[in-house]
Design a protein around this ligand. Structure first.
Ligand code: GDP
Length: 526
């Protein structure tokens, strides 16, 4: 059935991910956003370790222990005239390649920063992936209700460490116990933290000079005058607000606030929704751009989550819809195999539940029940459409484990399991050059745990894993390779495409190698 409203529906979508270092406040702000959207009724739902219908399953047990959850990895809510999709990027404990790949499925990103800590390691890593994509990045500097660092200092750090221009959309008037409000540069108003002290209105418009008119109580506070000066300075010496730069991810609008006390969050949401892009066109391997409002459905798999019931081995493939309309029960072609698939069992995710859905459009994320057909990066298409979306980038693993089968009699299921999980994109596999030993590589520790669990539950193969710790993986052109380059400070291995690489002990070992073999070029993945 033709969807006559497709363009309008697509244009109303805003699909983004929140990135942050653990504890910066991502969960808290997500909950506030969901509360605004009416998607949840109370805080504590998103990470709530609830026992739901699926509590019987062991998988849910892992999820619960680890505080991760399928149900909260994509959340949709309505706000004003927009349909907002938030994709979760888990914190360090749960960190995996999924986290990076999720960023391939969004149209913009929001970076949450703790005002006392500034840019932290995890934020930086995730930021770099977003930056490479060239999509808009919005910044929320959180925890203003606590004493943090000077706002100017934070902006400077942001520009320096992340190499991006910043534009303050608002500016704090005080912080911690002295927090009075925000000078909202973009909306030309003051947002009061304690409106009861200054009159009940939370928002007060500024006059043409950018000041509070009349004798307002705040004007007696010296902080206010300091902020007027700072804002003046920002306007003169700072970067100008540039919509084009924002669209390309070369400038980040910066918002201050406090998620916990719900201060500045609504302003952030409303302003963000104005500038966050609707779903974009997607590039195929043949260089063709597919518009989101094209009629035929298409999408790609960016994440596969092993699921629920060990007896069924089913999984959920997360699909970003790139064009057209998903209708429940529709037939699509899995381009890699040419196989026809019927999309019957498809869910969309709410904060504390999953729902079977009838319809979704480009920009939305759907969860397709999978019995082992899909791989990460797969393209699904409707009708005669014959395209493949560009491959998802591979990310350089940082953690490594040696892996063997516990029971030598069960080599067959061990190999089958490893190869399938590697194909699916759950983990990276390498073999040592000389001994053909298996080494697993991952971006985060969780990937190993999931691997071990799934090997046992889906392939009945108990594995022994020996940590090799952090390593620096660098690829080398096969024609440059001399096996004598391998030393005690590195491991020479090959990836699953038989490409050689070194796993260096540390940066020192890598530098030593580069000095010894200055003519050799070392490469990393994204
Ligand atoms: P996440 O790990 O990034 O998801 O961080 P959470 O949202 O779980 O927050 C980490 C901790 O910081 C929790 O104890 C929150 O209550 C607290 N927190 C979050 N936002 C704020 C804020 O605006 N002010 C203060 N004082 N604490 C906050």
């Amino acid at each position: 059935m033709k969807n006559t409203n497709l363009k309008e529906q697509v244009d109303s979508r805003r699909t983004f991910a929140i990135i942050s270092h653990p504890d910066a406040g991502k969960t808290t702000i997500t909950e506030q956003l969901l509360l605004f959207g009416g998607a949840i009724r109370q805080a504590g739902t998103v990470k709530g370790k609830k026992t739901g219908n699926f509590a019987k399953s062991d998988w849910m047990e892992i999820e619960k222990q680890r505080g991760i959850s399928v149900t909260s990895s994509v959340m949709q809510f309505d706000y004003q005239d927009k349909k907002v999709n938030i994709l979760d990027t888990p914190g360090h404990e749960d960190f995996s390649e999924d986290t990076y790949r999720t960023l391939m499925a969004v149209d913009s990103a929001v970076m949450v920063i703790d005002s006392a800590k500034g840019i932290e390691a995890q934020t930086k890593k995730l930021f770099q992936v977003v930056k490479k994509r060239g999509i808009p990045i919005f910044t929320f500097i959180n925890k203003l209700d606590r004493d943090g660092r000077e706002p100017l200092d934070l902006l400077e750090e942001l520009e320096e460490l992340l190499d991006i221009e910043s534009y303050p959309m608002n500016w704090p008037i005080g912080m911690g116990r002295g927090l009075e409000g925000l000078y909202d540069i973009y909306n030309e108003r003051i947002e009061f933290y304690r409106p009861e002290q200054y009159g009940d209105q939370r928002f007060v418009k500024l006059d043409a000079n950018g000041e509070l008119s009349g004798d307002h109580a705040l004007t007696e506070n010296s902080l206010y005058h300091q902020v007027l000066e700072e804002v003046e300075l920002l306007k003169e010496a700072g970067d100008t607000f540039d919509v084009e730069k924002i669209a390309k991810g070369n400038q980040t609008p910066v918002f201050f606030g406090s998620a916990l006390t719900n201060f500045g969050v609504q302003t952030f949401l409303e302003t963000f929704l104005k500038f966050a892009p609707a779903p974009h066109s997607n590039m195929t391997v043949d260089g063709e751009l597919i518009r989101p409002d094209e009629e035929e459905f298409s999408g790609f798999v960016f994440k596969i989550q092993a699921n629920m019931n060990p007896a069924h081995r089913d999984r959920i493939a997360f699909v970003r819809i790139c064009s057209g309309t998903f209708e429940r029960g529709m037939d699509v072609t899995l381009q890699r195999t040419g196989k026809k698939m019927k999309l019957n069992n498809v869910t969309q995710f709410m904060a504390d539940a999953r729902e079977n859905i009838e319809q979704a459009v480009a920009g939305d994320i759907i969860g397709v029940y999978d019995t082992g057909n899909y791989q990460i990066g797969d393209t699904l298409t409707e009708g005669k459409l014959k395209i493949n979306y560009e491959e998802l980038p591979s990310f350089t693993p940082e953690l490594f484990m040696k892996v063997t089968a516990k029971n030598v009699m069960k080599q067959k299921s061990f190999h089958k399991g490893i190869y399938q999980l590697v194909q699916e994109g759950a983990i990276q596999l390498y073999k040592t050059y000389l001994a053909d030993e298996y080494i697993l590589g991952a971006v985060g520790q969780l990937q190993f745990e999931v691997f071990q669990y799934r090997m046992m539950n889906e392939y009945n193969s108990e594995v022994i894993m020996t940590p090799l710790g952090h390593k620096i993986a660098r690829w080398i052109d096969p024609k440059d390779l001399d096996e004598r380059m391998s030393s005690s400070r590195n491991i020479l291995a090959k990836d699953r495409f038989d490409q050689p690489l070194f796993l260096f002990e540390n940066q020192f070992a890598e530098r030593w190698f580069m000095e010894k073999y200055p003519q050799i070029e070392l490469h990393k993945l994204m």
